[in-house]
Design a binder for this molecule. Structure first.
Ligand code: ADP
Ligand code: MG
Length: 698
């Protein structure tokens, strides 16, 4: 057995009971797990001070000297052990309230000690309570430098395993590992980036002589962590490309060309053209495409999807597009049917609300190939939905669908169809490289021309009258208005109360028959919701009062004002999505963020960011910094973003290098067979086994 796999109970200072706890509480099973339990901060023991220089203002201080006398004082609760500790400059009291017996018996009055603790004042004198006390002779324990502080738990602390005790365990462990830590990177990479070797780094991450040494160790371990993840993601992609034969969509045929030259009402933006080319390159060979298309709201993803689906139809395949809600599916269906109305392409729609008979008919037409293009909700995933020859799948607003749901679409034909996943939630580059590193990524980073930027204002209650006046002006110009209330928790009664009260007061300010006000929220029946939604889409109502149900995708170009109530309670990406509902037509649009007077600093940052920029990628960067990657992506549970040391927000540069090196390596030696890559190969194999099943789509 490799020494690193030694069960943790064999380590000096652990034993069976502590071992059980270490396993349960920190998932430390082996020597290696303990070695990989990195400190979350450090205390500086690099300097030795004179006792005469002690002051209460210093947070931690270290002395070297001898204990000259021990004394027990007090009774019961106030019982304490006092050690009089002396160096050449003076004397200080060390005090213990706990484990008195044990400490007393372990102290040797002849020995020289290093003592480290936090100075505190008691009865006019400065002392150190429960300091670290280590004999100078013990070379690792008296290590002069940065000592790690470790995360631990209540239960472990009760068993004496606080951070300091864990640090001692690590110090017991390190001397055992002198020859046991294998290098995981190639010499070429080590030399190119001048980073320390693995063994040195793993020791220095716990104990380093100074900050510089620590930083070098951190950099090395971050690189390591990011490098192997990137290697894995890129390798997964390569394997998938080799394993699955894709349907070749080799010709741009009649439908594509006719639509493009005769029916497309506008010139594509350069970004749209570029993305179409990327898709075309993927699908014309026998490669199965897995592509993520990122594009801000209103950037024109739908037309790219439609043109891609026409490529499939031109090559004798069916295509489908799946949307997360019924309303969105209806809208796609309306748009696509309208666009294709002069062409001989059969478009149909399948949602949960389709009646049994119509559904049966649809399935039949799908199976015999009469339907070329199917729009739908997740109803498309049902087993009874069988295609004659599905070749291309578009998934709109992918963050609403899980990996398992996407996988179902793979099985709708003999080979997996090409998959285009579209999202309007821009993801910072570092994050998409990590989360979607095994997908190809396309970005539409340009809005169609002539679009006016949405003007964004941040206002409080004192501006209500002005806002109402402004709304009336806009309505008199023929515009429509959204008013959105937060609904953070579906069951939050107070939120509903606010929404209903808000609706009542708006109905009072905007009375019938001059004004029409609709309301849509999650507690309404879906028929009623749809009825109100459609009234707004048709322009019958002037104002739509709603919760965030309108967040995704809805397209009402005539709506030019978005008012967001209690805006400080929304997350940044939600605010951005909501604002994206306006600014879709020709007229100047506005977004008004209403907030209370007391807004947290973080809330202020969010609202200010919204006022300052409309760039979804910039907003996503701020969001990532505020919330951290797990919260932002809702992937906290999945583990894919659980780095031990790397930080996706701060380590973007290291990530770039790591990904580049992983690419170069696989380009040259895809199976890691070359002798110079033996370290990497040896380390990668078990790593890959552990990560199996994490890939995004398959
Ligand atoms: P999203 O990316 O948010 O799904 P859509 O596909 O709904 O955006 O497009 C938003 C609007 O912009 C639609 O009305 C669409 O017809 C229009 N549009 C898309 N591309 C262009 C373009 N190149 N020029 C002008 N208008 C465009
Ligand atoms: Mg869309």
């Amino acid at each position: 057995m490799h020494i690193l796999s030694t069960p943790i109970e064999y380590l000096k200072g652990v034993g069976p009971i502590r071992a059980e706890l270490l396993k349960k509480e920190l998932r430390i099973f082996t020597y290696e797990d303990l070695l990989m339990h990195y400190p979350f901060r450090y205390i500086d023991k690099s300097n030795i001070h004179l006792i005469s220089n002690v002051s209460e203002d210093i947070s931690h201080i270290q002395f070297k000297g001898k204990i000259v006398r021990l004394e027990e004082r007090g009774l019961k609760r106030s019982k304490r052990l006092i050690a009089y500790f002396r160096d050449s400059s003076g004397e200080i009291e060390l005090v213990w309230f706990k484990s008195i017996k044990w400490i007393k018996s372990s102290i040797n009055l002849d020995k020289e000690y290093l003592v480290f603790g936090k100075p505190s004042s008691f009865g006019g004198k400065i002392n150190l309570v429960h300091p670290d006390l280590d004999p100078v002779e013990d070379s690792i324990k008296d290590f002069r430098g940065l000592h790690g502080v470790y995360s631990t738990t209540e239960k472990l602390i009760n068993r004496g395993l606080n951070s300091r005790a864990i640090s001692k365990l690590v110090k017991n462990l390190i001397p055992l590992l002198s020859n046991a830590i294998d290098e995981s990177l190639s010499n070429a990479i080590l030399e190119k980036y001048k980073i320390p070797r693995k063994k040195e780094s793993l020791i220095n991450i716990h104990l380093s002589r100074d900050l510089k040494e620590l930083e070098r160790a951190q950099k090395r371990l971050k690189f390591d962590e990011l490098f192997f993840l990137q290697l894995h993601l890129i390798k997964t992609k390569i394997i998938r490309n080799n394993k699955f034969i894709g349907y070749s969509l080799s010709t741009l045929g009649e439908n594509f060309n006719t639509y493009y030259s005769k029916h497309l009402k506008f010139e594509l933006t350069n970004a749209q053209k570029r993305v179409l080319k990327e898709i075309r390159l993927d699908v014309k060979n026998n490669k199965q495409m897995n592509r993520l298309l990122q594009g801000d709201v209103g950037s024109g993803k739908t037309i790219v999807a439609l043109l891609s689906m026409l490529m499939a139809v031109d090559n004798g395949f069916q295509a489908c597009i799946m949307a997360p809600t019924e309303i969105l599916a209806q809208q796609h269906f309306a748009t696509i049917s309208e666009e294709l109305k002069e062409m001989e392409i059969n478009v149909d729609i399948l949602t949960g609300s389709k009646k049994t008979k119509a559904r049966r008919e649809l399935v039949e037409n799908l199976e015999n190939g009469n339907i070329n293009l199917l729009v739908g909700t997740h109803a498309l995933l049902e087993d009874y939905v069988k295609f004659q020859n599905l070749g291309f799948v578009v998934i709109d607003e992918q963050h609403r669908f899980g990996v398992a749901q996407r996988a179902k679409l793979w099985k709708k034909n003999k080979f997996p169809p090409h998959i285009l996943v579209m999202t309007a939630t821009p993801i910072p580059r570092t994050l998409s490289m990590t989360l979607y590193g095994d997908l190809d990524i396309s970005v539409i980073d340009e809005l169609p021309p002539g679009r006016k930027l949405v003007q964004t204002l941040w206002r409080s209650d004192s501006s209500r009258l002005n806002i109402t006046r402004f709304m009336k002006e806009q309505i008199s110009l023929g515009r429509q208005i959204y008013i959105v209330f937060p609904l953070i928790d579906e069951s939050a009664k107070l939120d509903y109360k606010n929404l209903i009260e808000g609706y009542d007061s708006i109905s009072r300010d905007f009375p019938l028959p001059d004004f029409q006000v609709s309301v849509v929220h999650g507690q309404m029946k879906s028929d009623d919701k749809e009825y109100e939604m459609n009234r707004f889409i048709a322009g019958t109502t002037d104002i739509m009062v709603a919760t965030t149900v309108i967040e995704v995708g809805v397209n009402v170009p005539n709506a030019s004002v978005m008012i967001i109530e209690s805006a400080e309670r929304f997350g940044l990406s939600q605010l951005h999505q909501l604002r994206g509902r306006v600014g879709r037509g020709a007229s100047q649009s506005y977004c008004v963020l209403m907030s209370g007077n007391k807004v947290s600093n973080e809330g202020k940052t969010r609202l200010k960011t919204m006022v300052d920029t409309t760039d979804g990628f910039k907003i996503a960067e701020v969001d990532l910094k505020l919330r951290g990657p797990g919260d932002m992506m809702g992937t906290k549970q999945s583990g894919i973003l659980d780095f031990k040391i790397a930080d996706i927000v701060k380590d973007g540069k290291i990530l770039d290098y790591a990904r580049k090196e992983a690419f170069n390596l696989l380009e040259d030696d895809v199976d890691l067979l070359k002798s110079e890559n033996i370290n990497i190969a040896r380390f990668y194999r078990p790593y890959a086994r552990e990560r199996m099943g994490w890939s995004r789509i398959s």
